[in-house]
Design a protein around this ligand. Structure first.
Ligand code: NAD
Length: 334
């Protein structure tokens, strides 16, 4: 039976990597019926919004989406489509694995951790205003409900993936009430999981420790903003944004997307690394129960990386986006 999946190509480099991922997934032997829907700034003249209702309808109907990045104007303009989508669909958990891959030169070996980022509140709630002309305020929202929910998600993920430790990351020494509540909730939930080691760490110290000895960490659970920043740091530990996949998970639906953005300066040049999107596609297949197809693609990705011939610029090669997709497909067919 075919799985119906919403595909949002996005803008900037989105359409190129979406095309690459779609071809790779289609070649893996799984049966996906893609429903392609567009979102982003280009839709505003026609629909008056970068996120027309049909996008949310399609995701709600199919329950699973693969999404390319969507540009957000800086310092003004419309609200982030990505953030709106996560809030509208209550995609409360953002899961971003960072794992050492063969053939990619980095300073580290044996990194294998998962960043679990709360995805609906914190400073990302977008409640901010100017106070006169010379000041501005942003309100940080942390609730017990969302904090316990994300902590429980992190512990459940640890159990499911056979992981040993959850580290809650915060700044509760300074933000005693907001981050204090997040930490209180994490500690409470931790007591329900005596089989998993629990520790907490202040976010600045966490950053230092991650660049010193990332192999000491397993599952990190963080409020939204720290999760955003620390997950890019973790991407850097294993080869950069080009290889960093992600998933936004809710009770009803799940949207899979790379950690990186629309990288506008590379758009239309067929040079961006499609692996973050392809690895996000693998996470999507696992979510759909298509483990065989997911493994087939993953093994082909590893083979291409080990061989080192069809690598994009960020991994030290000169292959194009489509060349890398072709190489992965031919490994699956070999
Ligand atoms: P970015 O992630 O788009 O790119 C930063 C740099 O990282 C790029 O210039 C490139 O050098 C490198 N890079 C990113 N992805 C790569 C890949 N697949 N292969 C090789 N190199 C890669 O970050 P940015 O420039 O800060 O943001 C651009 C736009 O994307 C902004 O409008 C931002 O709001 C948006 N954004 C969207 C999402 C999303 O859709 N979920 C996420 C992050 C940023």
């Amino acid at each position: 039976m075919a799985h119906k999946v919403t595909l949002i190509p996005g803008d900037g480099v989105g359409p190129e990597i979406a095309q690459a991922a779609r071809r790779v997934i289609d070649a893996s032997g799984t049966n996906i019926e893609w429903e392609v829907v567009e979102a982003g700034e280009a839709l505003i003249p026609q629909y008056g919004t970068p996120l027309p209702g049909y996008v949310l309808d399609s995701i709600r109907r199919n329950r699973v989406a693969l999404k390319g990045p969507i540009t957000t104007p800086v310092g003004g303009g419309f609200r982030s489509v990505n953030v709106t989508l996560r809030q509208e669909l209550n995609l409360y958990a953002n899961v971003r694995p960072a794992r050492t891959l063969p053939g990619i030169v980095t300073r580290y070996q044996n990194v294998d951790l998962v960043v679990v980022r709360e995805n609906t509140e914190d400073l990302y709630a977008g409640i901010e205003h100017r106070v006169g002309t010379d000041a501005a305020e942003s309100i940080k929202i942390i609730t017990r409900q969302a904090s316990e929910r994300i902590a429980r998600f992190a512990f459940e993920l640890a159990r499911k993936q056979g992981r040993k430790k959850v580290t809650a990351v915060h700044k509760a020494n300074i933000m005693k009430l907001t981050d204090g509540l997040f930490l209180e909730c994490a500690r409470k939930v931790a007591r329900e999981y005596p089989d998993i080691v629990f520790e907490d760490m202040i976010v600045d110290a966490m950053c230092m420790k991650l660049v010193q000895a990332p192999e000491n960490y397993d599952v990190l659970v963080l409020p939204n903003l720290y999760g955003d920043i620390v997950s890019d740091l973790c991407a850097g530990l294993v080869g950069g944004l080009g290889v960093a996949p992600g998933a936004n998970i809710g009770h009803e639906v799940a949207v899979f997307e790379p950690v990186h953005g629309s990288a506008p300066k590379h758009a239309g040049k067929n040079r961006i690394n499609p692996l973050a999107m392809i690895l996000s596609g693998i996470m999507m297949l696992q979510h759909l129960g298509e483990d065989e197809a997911a493994n087939r693609i993953y093994e082909a990705v590893l083979a291409v990386l080990r061989e080192g011939k069809a690598l994009t610029y960020d991994l030290g090669g000169s292959a194009g986006t489509s060349d890398m997709a072709d190489a992965i497909i031919s490994k699956m067919q070999a």
